[in-house]
Design a protein around this ligand. Structure first.
Ligand SMILES: [Zn+2]
Length: 174
């Protein structure tokens, strides 16, 4: 059985009913998110409320949770908190995107249908870093031994650059 968040919803009917849908979406099951990130896990929960504005079906989406991503410096897991609320205009053709008011985020609902998973995915593609990194290099796993690398790297170029300058000095004195 497919989970509720992956069922295509008739957005017109939901807007007419001013519907609220509560959801819990496992991030590892969102295909576009998975193809964008080296590794993704975790769960977001939230609620989407359907209404109408400016002739569009509008989905008010709020979600929170945490994404577990792979740090691209040390390749260890890191947790990125997710807290978003966004007002989405559901458009049925790409051409409608230009008519969407600026404060709304256009999202394509082909054939007037969209899944909660697609809405969540769309928001997370914008909210999550494409290249996730621990905030500080020192937060990265010790196996990277970044501090040791930094000190040796800053010493050896200094020594090699001093020699050419010394030679240049000798040449200029002649
Ligand atoms: Zn790291």
């Amino acid at each position: 059985m497919s989970p509720p968040w992956s069922k295509p919803l008739d957005v017109d009917r939901l807007a007419d009913g001013e519907a609220d849908i509560d959801f819990a979406v496992p991030l590892a099951e969102l295909p576009r998110l998975r193809s964008q990130l080296a590794s993704v896990d975790g769960m977001v929960r939230g609620r989407v409320h359907f209404t109408r504005e400016s002739g569009f079906v509008v989905a008010d989406l709020s979600l929170s949770g945490a994404a577990t991503l792979a740090c691209q410096r040390c390749l260890q897991a890191m947790t990125e908190p997710v807290n978003s609320s966004v007002r989405v205009a559901l458009i049925t053709t790409e051409a409608d995107a230009s008519r969407v008011p600026e404060h709304l985020e256009p999202v394509l609902a082909s054939g007037g249908r969209v899944t909660v998973g697609e809405l969540v995915e769309e928001e997370l593609l914008l909210a999550l870093p494409i290249v996730p990194l621990h905030a500080q290099a020192s937060d990265c796993a010790a196996s990277v031994d970044a501090p040791a690398n930094v000190t040796t790297a800053s010493h050896s170029p200094e020594q090699t650059t001093q020699r050419p300058f010394a030679q240049l000095d000798k040449l200029l004195k002649r």
